[in-house]
Design a protein around this ligand. Structure first.
Ligand code: PGA
Length: 246
């Protein structure tokens, strides 16, 4: 399987930030892993121009579940694909929290992304309260079962395990915690679909250059979804390198 280093810029990035995307493409002209940057939707077309002829792919951070229609302010998956995205993050915990998105909606969004010819990056992860209550595996299994797109294949779907308490906090999960969840997710996926062994399972939550190699050495970790450390080429490039060397 080709591993994946994905950067999620969240609500960060004006046009000047495209030089950071170009910096990653210069540092990794021919990477041995897939590299994806998900800038804000406003930058997709310009990022596509900036990264033309590079090996860096572009993704979006969310899409609407419908193909088109009266949904003011929303973006359909096909629009994002036309703008240059080949993947869409769905169900990020910030959207689950800020917009009340639940598994059923996230599944529908993932299916819309796939129908538009893109890869759905489905995010799941427990809160601190859920971890402390001992319900981590129950929570992530139920999110996986509820939000895995119908028709998911190893080619069109990626799963990102992101403990909510580790996102943007500098608190990375321990290798033991990551290993336990990723092994469990692999087993759960095996019961849910064909080809589960080839589905990429990303870890996300305070991944940075200093901890990337340790995280990538964990079984069933096939890459990372990186927030803060994806904003600067000098921070993201060593993470890509660590994945190449894993
Ligand atoms: P972080 O974010 O790397 O800034 O913790 C990860 C994410 O939300 O995908």
């Amino acid at each position: 399987m080709r591993k994946l280093a994905a950067g999620n810029w969240k609500m960060n990035g004006m046009a000047a930030a495209l030089s950071e995307a170009r910096g990653v493409s210069i540092a990794h002209p021919n990477p041995s892993v897939d590299v994806l940057l998900c800038p804000p939707a406003t930058l997709l077309t310009r990022a596509a121009d900036a990264l033309a002829n590079s090996a860096i792919a572009l993704g979006a951070q969310d899409c609407h579940a419908a193909g088109n229609g009266a949904h003011t302010g929303d973006l359909a998956a096909s629009m994002l694909a036309e703008a240059g995205a080949s993947a869409v993050i769905v169900g990020h915990s910030e959207r689950r929290a800020d917009h009340g998105e639940g598994d059923e909606l996230i599944r529908a969004k993932g299916e819309a992304a796939i129908a538009a010819g893109m890869v759905a990056i489905v995010c799941i992860g427990e809160t601190l309260a859920e971890r402390e209550a001992g319900s981590t595996l129950h929570v992530v299994r139920s999110q996986l079962a509820g939000s895995l797109p119908l028709g998911a294949t190893p080619q069109n779907t990626v799963i990102a395990y992101e403990p909510v308490w580790a996102i943007g906090t500098g608190k990375v999960a321990t290798p033991e915690q990551i290993a336990e969840v990723h092994a469990d997710l692999r087993a759960a996926l095996t019961d849910m679909m064909d080809g589960a062994d080839a589905v990429r399972l990303l870890y996300g939550g305070s991944v940075k250059a200093a901890n990337a190699a340790e995280i990538f050495a964990i079984p069933h970790v096939d890459g990372a979804l990186v927030g803060g450390a994806s904003l600067k080429a000098e921070d993201f490039s060593p993470i890509v390198s660590a994945l190449e060397e894993a």
